[in-house]
Design a protein. Structure first.
Length: 360
């Protein structure tokens, strides 16, 4: 029996710990909150800030293998633990994903198509970038931006004023892609093979993932999946990786990546014969990976704080699965739970269930 240490104790760590247990092993998480979601599942909790060396050493000393479900462990601390403890994924994919410029350059280098982009460090950089990339375009902070935070859509020159508060730090200006929809390619790579989960359509609300529908294969998906697998292998990444992609007709554009289980992959728990957490656990434990197969059309609904009470209108049955994250502090835009509807297409969901949730 082995013990896996998880840096981060959120819902991703909780669901990973469940699969580690299902495989007959132990899990310990590190999180500043002793009552974090993963604490309800893990065998123990190291209460520590993510970048605290002593806390990370304690977790490393208590476990055989380390992984992370949280992107923003500081680089110096990551380098320390990677040189002193067993992290099968390594820290390179995490490091690359922590800076949007580095991330875009890396994607381009390894064969993925990206929007036009430019590093922004000053107002003059911004003005030059707008002239070269054109309007509309999007300004983003290079670090710590997620769920729409640290982003400004520039639709006219006056929108430069909205960017000025961010110009004391590093940013990136990107071409605005008027895409048809967003999709995710979730892959797990071991020393023997790379697997990829069925792709779907991601829909957002308030800049945060709202619904994922996985139904039938769309022709462009085959090319996207093939290119993303080549990207992961060319970049020499191992473990789990989610690549978010904008689909536009028969073309696609790289948006961003996350080297951890992903919100858009929650559907795999009931929707596929294996899931992203199980396959990551198998990678960490050096167990052969299994090729994922979609069992039925599936829809995953993300539950934010403003919909948490509405979730109670839904009752579990053979095709409805509710995953509550045990978060005591209910905040409007905080991820609180998710619901998976199997044997359900997007049109089924919109007809039967969408009206039960907030529309804004």
């Amino acid at each position: 029996m082995k013990t896996i240490g998880i840096i981060g104790g959120g819902q991703l760590g909780m669901m990973l710990a469940e699969e580690i247990h299902n495989l007959g092993h132990k899990a310990i998480c590190l999180d500043p909150n002793p009552k974090c979601p993963a604490s309800f599942v893990c065998d123990d909790v190291v209460v520590s800030e993510y970048g605290n060396i002593e806390g990370l050493k304690k977790l490393g000393d208590m476990t055989d293998i380390l992984t992370y479900e949280f992107e923003n462990v500081p680089a110096n601390e990551l380098n320390y633990i990677s040189s002193n403890y067993n992290i099968p994924q390594g820290v390179k994919p995490l490091f690359d994903s922590q800076n949007r410029i580095r991330e875009k350059e890396n994607a381009k280098l390894h064969g993925l198509k990206t929007p036009k982009f430019m590093a922004i460090n000053s107002l003059s950089d911004l003005e030059k970038g707008i002239k070269e990339i054109g309007i509309p375009c999007v300004y983003k902070t290079t670090t710590l931006g997620y769920d729409g935070h640290g982003q400004v859509l520039i639709k006219e020159l006056n929108d430069i004023e909205k960017v000025k508060p961010y110009l004391n730090g590093e940013g990136i200006l990107e071409e605005f892609i008027k895409y048809d929809f967003e999709t995710s390619v979730i892959m797990v790579r071991s020393k023997d093979k790379t697997i990829a989960f069925p792709m779907g359509i991601n829909k957002h609300k308030r800049g945060i993932l709202d619904v994922v529908s996985v139904d039938k294969n769309i022709p462009v998906f085959d090319k996207v999946k093939k290119d993303c697998i080549k990207f992961m292998e060319s970049a020499n990444y191992y473990g789990i990786l989610c690549v978010e992609i904008f689909i536009k007709g028969d073309d696609y554009f790289f948006n961003e990546m996350a080297p951890r289980p992903h919100n858009s992959g929650h559907y795999t728990i009931e929707g596929c014969q294996t899931n992203q957490y199980k396959e990551l656990a198998k990678f960490l434990l050096d167990i052969p990976l299994e090729e994922p197969i979609l069992k039925s059309p599936t829809v995953m609904k993300n539950i934010l704080g403003f919909d948490y009470d509405n979730m109670k209108k839904i009752k579990e049955d053979k095709n409805i699965f509710i995953h509550d994250y045990h978060k005591f502090d209910v905040r409007e835009n905080r991820k609180m739970a998710h619901i998976t509807f199997t044997n359900t297409t997007l049109s089924d969901y919109e007809l039967k269930y969408k009206k039960l949730f907030s529309e804004d």
